[in-house]
Design a protein around this ligand. Structure first.
Ligand code: PRX
Length: 656
């Protein structure tokens, strides 16, 4: 693990206050109000969350204990009964919101669709009945491998409605990666589409599903539901495969939401860790619902007139929490866009904002940096005056990108919420509440009320102001992951024992380096483990290494990140070859493609560097620190005395 260094930390003096007009109308209106909320939550977290749960959610049956904490396993709202699909849909139907736009969808080829709450409810109920008719029951798991179309959200809500857990797999993952996830989750059914658009090309999703299921390699899967989206021919397997449009419309729209126990499994979402196999992050019903609900409301300051747009894909946690569940639970209008920023359509995001009068916009630093490169003329030639609040997520934002976002997109009037969180945390943990907290470019600012975030050393001691340390959380919160699916030991080891409990108190280890400044503002510096963040996508270096060594030409591989202007980090793979193999451009290309087919295009190495040997310690551990320096073109500094064979380093240097 690398120790965060103070040299890598930036010192930023600029402070941006929200306008008086923004603060006056905001959900949380001042720093004082934030501090009061924070202190109240800190003094009695259970009471704080219970009060919100009572006020903000519908319950079929009230809980009897707010928190049952048997570290590191938490149960929230014990014995309560609720349903997130009910909270996102049914409860709005008895209000004026019945005919309010719930979901606005903009398709990649220019088609579009708007679903009111009543319409979305109907679609979800019909699809929930379709799932039931295929034998999907409460407690089953369902894989979702879809493009960014309304059916993806409908499928998620339908699963939640009948108590089946979903496991959404990002449509950019390969058939292999999909199969691993379906097998681990023992999914009974898969919901997919014939294809999906991704940057001007069609991704053949159904073909990938067929590959993933070939030779009975995911034997739990009994049914495949297919949305017709791109229209190309696909092979439908009798008995197993069913067209969505043939089944769903025939179904009754009467499907009462199943009362779910607070701790019933809501979804599994796989994410990368330090070791090879992705982890199935488990989120349960009530705590996740409450946490995403209240963070959406306060952080995005949602008002009934807002058109809220989060540009993530539903395949990631951001799409789960802040496209689907958080906004709909609040009765907001959430926008979903099928396209992605690309050079062939440099105005695409700004066109969508103008077309729908988007007011709250939430995207990733990588997208911002890509748009900076494409030129200011694109946003400048669109009317972006509807925007009132901006957000970023997924990776540290550099101050230059922050300033561009603030000036060119926000017209200097929109607060920016830089939101730090993770798949594991369920919802946003550190961020500005936009009407209350002044922002500094590059800082996620302050923890959300109820979140006891801290920067600590490996013994769990709080480090001093402006000293680098590890980002940690000292108390459970309702949106936290409950376990790693099927592997509670891994959950304990990875997150709760990395820093040993202090006086019996467990500390959540996030895997990020950070510092706190003199105002208590958090500056997140990036991962301290073997996880890299490429264009906001989280990848384990070991996953990519395993993919590389599964190629017959490769003997050993070591993967590191190097800084990249747009993507934040890019992947560099150091590779040694089997005896008879010789390095070549063609082989490098082949290896890159091999990683794409093993994991997906998001994991394609930017660079393959062939080497005779990798730098190792005497005990055989690859010295990644040296490789990171080499990959970034930096001087290799620090201690190299543990290096077994110093000539390896010289050779690698010469080769660079
Ligand atoms: O390193 C942090 C980075 O993204 C990681 C979590 O990735 P994932 O689980 O895929 O979730 C991404 C969306 C929530 C974190 O450990 N990260 C996320 N947001 C920020 C960030 N780093 C700095 N600033 C952020 N705002």
């Amino acid at each position: 693990m690398s120790q965060p260094t103070i040299e890598s930390i930036l010192h930023e003096e600029r402070l941006f206050e929200p306008s008086a007009e923004f603060s006056q109308a905001a959900r949380v209106k001042s720093l004082d109000e934030y501090k009061q909320l924070y202190e109240k939550a800190k003094a009695n977290p259970e009471a704080f969350w219970a009060e919100l749960a009572e006020k903000e959610l519908h319950w079929f049956q009230k809980w009897d204990t707010v928190l049952d904490w048997q570290p590191p396993f938490a149960k929230w709202f014990v014995n309560g009964k609720t349903n997130i699909s009910y909270n996102c849909l049914d409860r709005h139907l008895t209000t004026w919101r019945k005919n309010k736009a719930a979901l606005i969808w903009e398709g990649e080829p220019g088609d579009s669709r708007t679903l009111t709450y009543a319409q979305l409810h109907r679609e979800v109920c019909q699809f929930a009945n379709a799932l039931k008719s295929l034998g999907v029951q409460k407690g089953d798991r369902v894989g979702i491998y879809m493009p960014m179309i309304p059916e993806a959200a409908i499928a998620m809500l339908a699963c939640a409605r009948i108590g089946a857990a979903h496991s959404v797999v990002f449509g950019g993952f390969s058939a292999e990666a999909l199969r691993d996830r379906l097998v681990d989750a023992e999914a009974k059914a898969v919901i997919t589409a014939d294809g999906g658009w991704r940057k001007d090309a069609i991704v053949p999703l159904k073909d990938q599903v067929d590959k993933a299921l070939a030779d009975n390699s995911a034997p739990s899967v009994q049914k495949v539901l297919v949305v017709k989206r791109t229209g190309q021919e696909v092979a439908m397997q009798a008995e197993r495969d069913v067209w969505w449009h043939e089944l769903q419309p025939k179904m009754s729209a009467d499907c009462p939401a199943e009362p779910m126990d607070s701790e019933d499994l809501l979804f599994i979402l796989y994410t990368s860790g330090s070791t090879g196999k992705p982890k199935g992050v488990v989120h349960t019903t009530a705590g996740y619902n409450l946490y995403t609900h209240i963070t959406t409301q306060w952080i995005f300051d949602l008002q009934d007139t807002d058109v809220y747009w989060c540009t993530a894909d539903v395949g990631w946690i951001t799409g789960h929490s802040y496209i689907v569940y958080g906004p709909l639970s609040n009765g907001a209008t959430t926008l979903m866009y099928e396209g992605a920023p690309r050079a062939s359509n440099p105005g695409c995001f700004w066109d969508v904002i103008e077309k729908y009068g988007v007011t709250v916009f939430y995207t990733a630093p990588t997208a911002i940096r890509a748009f900076i490169k494409m030129g200011d003329e694109h946003p400048n030639s669109r009317n972006l005056s509807s925007l009132r609040l901006l957000g970023t997520v997924g990776e540290p934002i550099n101050p230059e990108a922050w300033m561009w976002y603030h000036t060119v997109i926000g017209g200097e009037r929109c607060p920016i919420v830089d939101t730090w969180w993770q798949t594991e945390t369920g919802g946003i943990m550190i961020t500005a509440l936009p009407g209350a907290i002044a922002t500094k470019p590059g800082s996620a600012t302050l923890p959300f009320p109820g979140i006891l975030a801290d920067v600590v050393d490996l013994d769990g001691n709080t480090v001093g102001n402006n000293e680098g340390g590890y980002l940690a959380v000292r108390y459970p919160w309702p949106g936290m992951m409950r376990t790693v699916y099927g592997d509670p030991d891994r959950f304990r080891r990875t997150y709760w024992e990395h820093i040993p409990p202090v006086d019996g108190k467990y500390i959540y280890f996030a895997g990020d380096g950070a510092r706190c400044d003199e105002d208590g503002y958090f500056w997140v510096m990036g991962r301290v483990d073997d996880v890299i963040n490429v264009a906001g996508h989280r990848l384990g270096t070991m996953e990519i290494e395993s993919a590389l060594v599964s190629h017959p030409a490769v003997a050993e591989a070591a993967v590191v990140g190097k800084p990249d202007e747009v993507k934040g980090q890019d992947i560099v793979a150091f590779v040694t070859l089997e005896g008879s193999q010789t390095p070549s451009e063609a082989l490098a290309k082949e290896l890159k493609q091999h990683v794409v087919s093993e994991i997906g295009a998001i994991a394609r190495p930017g660079e393959i560097r062939f080497a005779d040997a990798l730098p190792k310690t005497r005990s055989g551990k690859i010295m990644r620190r040296l490789l990171r320096s080499l990959a970034s073109g930096e001087e290799v500094s620090g201690d190299t005395s543990t290096l077994e064979d110093r000539s390896v380093l010289e050779k690698l240097r010469e080769g660079s």
